[in-house]
Design a protein around this ligand. Structure first.
Ligand SMILES: [Zn+2]
Length: 350
């Protein structure tokens, strides 16, 4: 997962190791040479369209091994989710569910759903419980997947996305929260999503926003995030595989961008609109302007870092108190949190 030793300063124009996944251009501008931990990671922006990626990409087989065995340990320091993780993931899942009426008009489509990158299964479980959908999941990590199957009783495929073989055209809803940025070929991944959707089906995709300024500049790039999107590059990639963007918005801190996509009603697999241009030089200029303008001293001169740190402390204390009141069993715990959420009226969405 390590990139080579830094060779070019931020702002340098150079040729990338591979063509851009979106527009095919090879020219890139260097954005950074370090990841959020200070380790070497060259992150570049395509000058043709503004899609940001790490360069070179990691070896595909090493990447599959990493997600099967190591990723959750590196990222969460655990092989199966802890109670705190389950509570946190459950709350994030409920927040996503509350947004689903806006994200995806699925209320009249009681059918089958597929959650890609299901993790410990919290979202898939709560989606099934609150919406009456039959939910299948895909998760590459064996420890988390076995937890989701054993504890939550989920129907889960343990597989990297590119090896998963769910039935084509079978799902009314496909959700993919914070997955696409981890994949070596996001175009192929979205094309699979399009093929797995039923005609007229809806996909919801959420990724970190490369235009985010809520974190310190050095904290944006992560070795596991092979791609970094903004709304324009994500929308264009969806159009490239024939999916129609129907809604797009950002989280309140501008840190995430979410997209609702629809597969056309006809039985044929979606195709991109003819003559759709993939080059978006104005988007590249925009991404460069945002990233080069977000400098460390300016970020730390705002109250954002302090507010973020205080929020984190407050939320950790609140979680500890809540955990004491919740059942020890993970499934019973999720059920309790979900019941409180429904009783509070949050299930109505907004
Ligand atoms: Zn490009």
């Amino acid at each position: 997962m390590k990139a080579p030793v830094p060779v070019a300063a931020p702002g340098t124009l150079q040729q990338a190791s591979d063509p851009c996944n979106l527009c095919g251009s090879g020219e890139v501008r260097v954005l950074a040479q370090r990841d959020r931990h200070g380790d070497p990671l060259q992150t570049v922006m395509c000058t043709g369209c503004g899609l940001v990626r790490c360069d070179p990409m990691p070896d595909p087989a090493a990447l599959d091994d990493y997600y099967r065995e190591r990723y959750r340990i590196d990222y969460k320091q655990q092989v199966a989710p802890s109670r705190r993780h389950i509570l946190r993931a459950g709350r994030v899942a409920l927040d996503r569910l509350a947004r689903l009426p806006r994200l995806a008009p699925i209320a009249d489509r009681a059918g089958r759903a597929l959650d890609i990158g299901a993790g410990g299964g919290e979202f898939a479980y709560l989606l099934g419980r609150t919406r009456g959908l039959a939910v299948t999941g895909i998760e590459p990590n064996e420890g988390y997947a076995s937890h989701a199957r054993r504890v939550l009783g989920l129907d889960l495929m343990v597989s990297p996305l590119h090896e998963a073989r769910p039935a084509e055209g079978a799902f009314d809803l496909v959700t993919m929260f914070h997955v696409l940025e981890h994949l070596r070929d996001p175009e192929a991944a979205l094309a699979r999503v399009a093929a797995w959707l039923a005609p007229g089906g809806i996909a919801v995709v959420e990724v970190p926003n490369v235009e985010a300024t809520c974190q310190a500049p050095g904290h944006l790039f992560h070795a596991a995030h092979l791609y970094n999107f903004n709304a324009a590059s994500l929308e264009r990639l969806a159009l490239k595989v024939g999916l129609e963007p129907v809604a797009c918005w950002h989280s309140s801190d501008f840190g995430n961008v979410s997209l609702t996509l629809r597969r056309a009603a006809g039985a044929a697999l979606p195709v991109p609109p003819p003559s759709l241009p993939m080059a978006m030089p104005s988007n590249a200029a925009r991404v460069w302007r945002v990233r080069s303008g977000h400098v460390s001293w300016r970020h730390h001169a705002t109250l954002q870092p302090l507010a973020r740190a205080l929020r984190r402390i407050g939320s950790r204390v609140g979680e500890s108190l809540t955990l004491r009141q919740l059942p020890a069993d993970p499934r019973a715990m999720l059920d309790r949190v979900c019941d409180r959420w429904i009783a509070a009226g949050s299930a109505a969405g907004g």
